[in-house]
Design a binder for this molecule. Structure first.
Ligand code: OFO
Length: 164
């Protein structure tokens, strides 16, 4: 059985993961308007992964005999200054999520809740990957700022995600 405090913290984080889904879906819609179909596909796949993260929290709370309470989602931004700005905002969001996961790990440790601590380790590793995936994309996008051809090539490459 999970404590009331941890149950609330896990429910709050479930909401964060659902917001990640919503935010990346909004970024995908924006990238469509910029005619960056590949980037839009990449971001849509990212959104789907976030829904998967939310489901992991949903299932874990139930597995521990807890109660899932779904909260309201804030409206995500709809416009960014450029596709690069959208990807930079995605990285900033991932860094925020990394901090939140760290705080959850601390809370699980403070309660000696070994099961929650173990569950969260997957997310600790996932956050390393999330940031490590976005950083080189952003560097490549910065490098393509002066060449439309290079930008379209990168767009095609990113569009392969979720289709391999
Ligand atoms: Fe992007 O890792 Fe979940 O939020």
């Amino acid at each position: 059985m999970i404590s009331t405090t941890l149950q609330k913290a896990l429910n709050d984080h479930l909401n964060e993961e659902m917001f990640s889904f919503y935010l990346y879906l909004s970024m995908s819609a924006y990238l469509e308007t910029q005619n960056m179909k590949g980037m839009a596909q990449w971001m849509r796949t990212q959104a789907e992964e976030e829904y998967g993260h939310a489901k992991k929290f949903y299932e874990f709370i139930h597995d521990r005999g807890g109660r899932v309470i779904l909260g309201a989602l804030p409206q995500p931004e709809a416009e960014w200054a450029s596709p690069l700005a959208a990807f930079e905002a995605a990285l900033a969001h991932e860094r925020h999520i990394t901090q939140r996961i760290g705080a959850l790990v601390d809370a699980a440790r403070a309660e000696n809740d070994h099961a929650t601590f173990a569950f969260l380790q997957w997310f600790v590793n996932e956050q390393v990957e999330e940031e490590a995936t976005l950083e080189p994309i952003i560097r490549q996008m910065q490098d393509t700022q002066t060449s439309k051809g290079a930008l379209y090539y990168l767009d095609r490459q990113l569009g392969k995600r979720g289709k391999e």
